[in-house]
Design a protein around this ligand. Structure first.
Ligand code: PBG
Length: 334
């Protein structure tokens, strides 16, 4: 629909339908609902731990028992999915990243505990080596090079351990080539036929991930940058080729990341493929908004909801956002 027919002024007055809340509701094109939200959370060791993340006001690292409580609250709010990110003890970070596929690692323990206590919430997990890698990279590093094919073998082991633990949606965030096909094949072969793959298909080498790397304890570890595997922020056509490739290899859902600065990519992806499309409103976007809220420079409730609605308008089916519980509470009241 490019050129709707409309008469000249005064036959057409756009303000007519804006005159009341009732008419505005009738002409509203997109809506945000609680079913659109995926809540990323950080898991840490210990018991009864809730440790604030300095660069992400309101966000905490939680021990498994507290993650279970949080998942239960999220479920009660109607949030369909929670996405787990482990804060791995530095002593468990190695060059071979073996902790990534340890059946009893933090992420897998949290998955099992949530599955048992809150079976109704979907659990998404992250596939990438960075929380476990001594050098903070998503893949194996040899002589300064991030190895692709060797990394995929490790990602398959990691994903299978997550599926065994009960993950419903596996989110490969590593940007290695060919990993979706390898993961899909392994999941099918091992009987995990109903585990979804949400590919971080168009993931950019962005400066907006800074606070997240603090939250998972990867910023100190990271040597160099991720520009040889994550996308150049200058590119748009490449995102479509990546999404096409990942859908062909067996992704059920695709993601664009970061979110707000990449809404043009969300729209192109949705229009080109019509596949379930998600955006990740990442840590830096959250931190930026929280900083302005804390200073009283922006109206928190208003801007939070507006920022989330824009993803729906851009064609996304859902949003990974640290605002999920707050937004859900607000949606329940409206
Ligand atoms: C790493 C991963 C990152 C995020 C999700 N998974 C960081 C990175 O690629 O360095 C970022 C999320 C955020 O910033 O909120 N595999």
């Amino acid at each position: 629909m490019t050129n709707p027919i409309q008469g000249p002024f005064p036959y057409t007055r756009f303000r007519r339908v804006r005159k009341s809340a009732a008419t505005r509701a009738l002409v509203r094109e997109t809506r945000l609902s609680v079913g659109d939200l995926i809540w990323p959370v950080f898991v840490c060791d210990g018991d009864g731990v809730e440790q604030p993340v300095a660069s992400m006001p309101g966000v905490m690292r939680r021990s498994v028992d507290k993650i279970v409580e949080a998942a239960s609250q999220a479920f009660d709010l109607g949030i369909p999915a929670i996405c787990l990110f482990p804060y791995t003890d530095p002593s468990l970070k190695t060059a071979d990243c073996a902790e990534a596929w340890n059946p009893d690692n933090l992420s897998n323990r949290a998955t099992r505990a949530i599955k048992q206590a809150v079976p109704g919430i979907a659990i998404m997990t992250d596939v990438a080596l960075d929380p476990y890698n001594i050098n903070g990279h998503d893949g194996f590093v040899v002589d300064g090079e991030i190895l692709n094919d060797e990394t995929i073998e490790a990602l398959v082991k990691q994903a299978l351990s997550q599926a065994e633990a009960g993950a419903d949606i596996i989110g490969p965030s590593d940007m290695m080539d060919g990993r979706i096909g390898a993961l899909r094949e392994a999941l099918e072969t091992e009987g995990h036929t109903n585990v979804c793959l949400m590919s971080y298909a168009a993931k950019y080498a962005s400066g907006f991930y800074g606070p997240f790397r603090d939250a998972v304890g990867a910023s100190g570890a990271l040597k160099g940058d991720k520009t040889t595997y994550q996308m150049d922020p200058a590119n748009s056509d490449e995102a479509l080729r990546l999404v096409a490739r990942d859908l062909e290899e067996g992704a059920d859902m695709v993601m664009v990341k970061p979110g707000m600065p990449y809404l043009d990519i969300c729209r192109r992806v949705k229009d080109s493929f019509g596949a379930p499309t998600y955006a990740y409103q990442v840590s830096g976007e959250y931190a930026m908004l929280q900083a302005a809220f804390q200073n009283g420079w922006l109206d928190a409730d208003k801007v939070m909801m507006e920022s989330l609605l824009t993803f729906k308008r851009a064609g996304c089916d859902g949003i990974l956002t640290y605002f999920a519980p707050e937004a859900a509470r607000k949606l329940a009241k409206s």
